[in-house]
Design a protein around this ligand. Structure first.
Ligand SMILES: [Zn+2]
Length: 219
């Protein structure tokens, strides 16, 4: 059961197209795994579309009937094309396992895995300089050294399980950490996550330097 969800403010910003690529990817992937947020997003999309129609463009008092019909026809005409296009879940193999990913990742898997010990990461494009998005695979028995975050860290657990000082996480859990949180995630049976960080991780135990190999791998 999924216990951690994006905030409603985040879902609203996602629907309005206001989020950067890597964050909107995390929300979209969560919604593919979470019926609750999927339904809420559909509801917010309807509301957002309704508000677009209600707001008169360029100071005009209302859309002409012709414009409204043209727009509606355009939208309606698009729907069957979207519905009928089969969208395959991308598959990746790592650590002896094959995973089916949320469809939102299908255009973003162009890099190769890099790894240290039990931790492997595959970098995804974010279109930004500071934000780093990755798929992170941690093999059974692996862990990330204790760290805190200078910025924000978003983790979407895609498969397997991991736990930290705060909770045990299940596939679909959407976890947001900031500078107030210090944790050392570990997995007994292995996991695959999508992670997004907007500043380097700050390791709090053992590894004191910022640019240590595991820090560089993850950030
Ligand atoms: Zn959710």
């Amino acid at each position: 059961m999924i216990n951690f969800h994006p905030s409603d403010a985040l879902l609203q910003a996602h629907v309005a197209g206001e989020l950067p690529l890597a964050l909107t990817t995390a929300v979209a992937a969560h919604c593919e795994l979470c019926e609750v947020c999927k339904a809420r997003t559909a509801q917010l999309s309807d509301k957002f579309a309704q508000e677009l129609f209600d707001v008169a463009p360029f100071g005009a008092t209302e859309l002409s009937e012709f414009d409204a019909v043209t727009m509606l026809t355009g939208i309606t005409a698009m729907e069957p094309a979207i519905e009928s296009t089969p969208v395959l879940s991308p598959q990746i193999a790592i650590g002896g396992d094959t995973y089916s990913l949320p469809r939102v990742f299908r255009h973003q898997l162009q890099d190769n895995w890099k790894g240290i010990g039990k931790v492997n990461r595959l970098r995804l494009a974010t279109g930004e300089n500071r934000a780093r998005a990755s798929l992170l695979h941690i093999a059974a028995g692996g862990e990330i050294p204790a760290h805190t975050h200078k910025g924000q860290e978003v983790t979407l657990l895609l498969a397997g399980e991991f736990s930290d000082e705060y909770s045990n996480y299940q596939p679909g859990d959407f976890i947001v950490m900031s500078s107030e949180h210090e944790h050392a995630p570990r997995t007994a049976s292995g996991c695959l996550c999508y992670t997004l960080v907007d500043a380097p991780l700050y390791f709090t135990k053992g590894i004191s330097k910022l640019l240590n190999p595991i820090g560089e791998l993850i950030y």
